[in-house]
Design a protein around this ligand. Structure first.
Ligand code: ADP
Length: 403
């Protein structure tokens, strides 16, 4: 089944056309700077890359993407009918959705309720859905929620220790994110471990620009490091991760910032970027640290320490762990980071095979633990778009059967 996956942001719209059966990526790209000056659309297919003039709004962006995909010279589709369904990434399913859903008028109405939870992402995601339904009114569309996989967390894990009445009334709680990635890795890990999904216990470290760790018991998320928003948890590219909330008050007083300015500072100017002063990109921070930049070294050490600490806490949560899995741009590519995180964990039963770790070829599933390690350590490439396509396919198949 050919499925179009859409990830709409406020001024960008990423697209990927996949064959859910062969898992092949047929084409992909990004509509950048939508509505801004010099918008453009990138388009990759068959090893080629092209750029086209961009769009002034989301609807036009979808229209242009569909024109590109069906162009008779460089397109990959003969007709739009070949696209059997569209899957949309949706930042949050809030307190309502714990699995992917067919997009209907009613669902769109419900999604409006989440604007407060994710003011930057939710309206943009919905905009993408509305635009796509308008342009492709006869193609079934599915919303895949970043938070859905984590809705199995027990109340004690997702409740913040504030006045219970407030957390109930305003839905202030941990939701968790990166759900498609953590779910994909859970399914893949079960395969390589030779276990049923319902029997696997995992600690999954998704480390990229945004990072989160999830504790999986019996194939289900029981805790995760991101919270009400993706700001909580690990030290990330530009996000601070866990801090004492009093820091907000301090910054407001000392720097005469508004609360919105402080939140922007914590989301966009902190993490690796804030500490190192060099970059939010881990490779650049690693390179600067190697050249003797002390702040870059500290930033890298803080990232590794925050991951290590959460792995330790999830060992305590789960007690019995089949595997620690690394994924995401940093998790899949940086052997040095994996080694820093995992060294000296022998007493927890986690022993890295340093040689295997170093020699690992990216893009593969690889066991990198020592034979004597009680807990296995894997690197598994994530594929969020494929997970979204698989979900979309399942829902559309059910829909077809019910007709
Ligand atoms: P996103 O969260 O935006 O999906 P990715 O999962 O693509 O991000 O991860 C991006 C991060 O991965 C960047 O910080 C980048 O520097 C880092 N990264 C990619 N390749 C390497 C590498 N070979 N060594 C270290 N870090 C890497």
């Amino acid at each position: 089944m050919k499925i179009l996956i859409i990830n709409a942001g406020s001024s960008s719209l990423k697209y990927q056309l996949l064959n859910s059966k062969t898992k092949e990526v047929i084409a992909k790209g990004n509509c950048e700077k939508i509505g801004l000056s010099k918008p453009f659309i990138s388009y990759k297919h068959n090893g080629q890359e092209q750029t086209f003039p961009g769009a002034k709004n989301h609807e036009e962006a979808i229209e242009k993407v569909l024109q590109i995909l069906t162009n008779k010279d460089y397109g990959v589709l003969k007709s739009l009918d070949e696209i059997e369904a569209v899957g949309h990434r949706e930042i949050t399913g809030g307190w309502i959705y714990n699995k992917s859903e067919l997009i209907t008028d009613e669902l769109l109405k419900q999604l409006k309720k989440f604007d407060e939870l994710a003011p930057l992402h939710n309206p943009a995601n919905v905009l993408g859905m509305v635009a796509c339904r308008k342009v492709m009114p006869n193609t079934p569309q599915v919303a895949i929620f970043d938070t859905a996989f984590h809705q199995t967390m027990p109340e004690k894990a997702y409740t913040y220790a504030i006045d219970y009445k407030d957390s109930q009334k305003y839905h202030i709680r941990k939701y968790g994110f990166h759900g498609s990635s953590h779910r994909f890795i859970t399914l893949e890990a079960a395969k390589v471990l030779g276990k049923k999904v319902k029997d696997v216990n995992l600690i999954i470290a998704h480390l990229g620009n945004g990072s989160s760790i999830t504790a999986v018991r019996g194939g289900q998320s029981v805790d995760t490091t991101m919270g009400l928003t993706p700001l909580q948890g690990l030290v990330m590219g530009t996000r601070c991760g866990d801090i004492d909330p009093t820091v907000v008050q301090f910054l407001m007083n000392k720097k005469k910032m508004t609360v919105d300015e402080v939140m922007n500072y914590l989301n966009k100017k902190s993490g690796l970027l804030g500490v190192s002063g060099v970059s939010s990109d881990h490779r650049e921070v690693e390179a600067a640290a190697k050249e003797g930049n002390k702040r870059a070294e500290l930033a890298d050490e803080m990232l590794c320490y925050s991951v290590r600490k959460h792995i330790g806490s999830y060992m305590a949560v789960l007690n019995d762990v089949d595997a620690v899995v690394f994924t995401g741009g940093i998790g899949e590519n940086s052997a040095a980071t994996r080694e820093k995180i995992i060294s000296n964990m022998e007493n927890l039963g986690i022993v890295l095979d340093k040689k295997k770790n170093k020699n690992f070829k990216r893009g593969q599933v690889e066991l990198i633990s020592d034979a004597k390690s009680k807990v296995k350590i894997y690197v598994i490439p994530t594929n969020e778009e494929l997970m979204m396509a698989m979900d979309t396919e399942e829902i559309v198949k059910k829909l077809k059967k019910s007709k």
